[in-house]
Design a protein around this ligand. Structure first.
Ligand code: FMN
Length: 185
């Protein structure tokens, strides 16, 4: 796979940010701004659902200074520098389960599969309600990813699921800072 193989052209640490299709994707600028403040060079990739329902990709690209990747690099396109750290946020029930199960049928899932194997630092900040979080498949997936060395910020003091239909309120206190701290430390 060619994406993610090139070295960084400057001394900034490179953060790969994978954005899935849940409400906080609309506020991804909050995480990007915090990351920029900490000196990260941020490269975003987004799932189809994120792009379709939540994300203004032009605005995100302008903020980061890099295009938002949704598919594989074509010949002649500039490669994305290798990641010093990866954040998946907001991470959906769907992506977490497919990733843990080894499914790689989209650009984002394929990148995550490769990065997991490479041992790059990966931080996952889920956004799921209490119903989705209570599903044993989800809990099993979280454990699978953790056993692969992925840092999943799920549980007391980290992301705590909200009651169904309260996502709009929960979004306002989404703990972006915890993801950045875990990517850094
Ligand atoms: C308005 C809206 C809100 C959604 N909120 C969530 C959510 O909070 N958490 C979640 O896991 N999925 C949520 N979904 C469902 C996901 O978008 C859906 O499962 C999708 O297949 C996820 O694709 P992805 O994992 O490739 O981004 C929402 C969908 C819509 C349209």
């Amino acid at each position: 796979m060619e994406d993610g193989e090139a070295g960084s052209v400057n001394s900034q640490r490179v953060l790969h940010l994978f954005i899935c299709g849940a409400g906080p994707a609309r506020r991804i600028h909050e995480l990007i701004d915090l990351a920029h403040d900490e000196g990260w060079d941020v490269y975003c990739a987004a799932t189809e659902s994120a792009v379709q329902h939540f994300l203004d990709t032009d605005a995100v690209a302008e903020r980061c200074g890099h295009p938002v990747r949704t598919t594989y690099r074509r010949p002649g396109e500039t490669p994305t520098p290798s990641a010093d750290a990866v954040i998946v946020a907001p991470a959906t029930y769907n992506t977490i389960n497919k990733w843990a199960a080894g499914v790689a049928d989209t650009y984002v899932l394929t990148q995550l599969a490769e990065l997991t194997g490479l041992g790059v630092r990966i931080v996952v900040l889920p956004f799921v309600n209490q119903s989705l979080a209570a599903n044993r498949i989800f809990l099993r997936s979280v454990e699978e990813l953790r056993s692969d060395g992925v840092r999943v910020l799920f549980g007391p003091g980290e992301f705590e699921p909200h009651p169904p239909r309260t996502g709009d309120d929960a979004m306002t206190s989404f703990p972006w800072k915890l993801a950045l701290r875990a990517a850094r430390d």
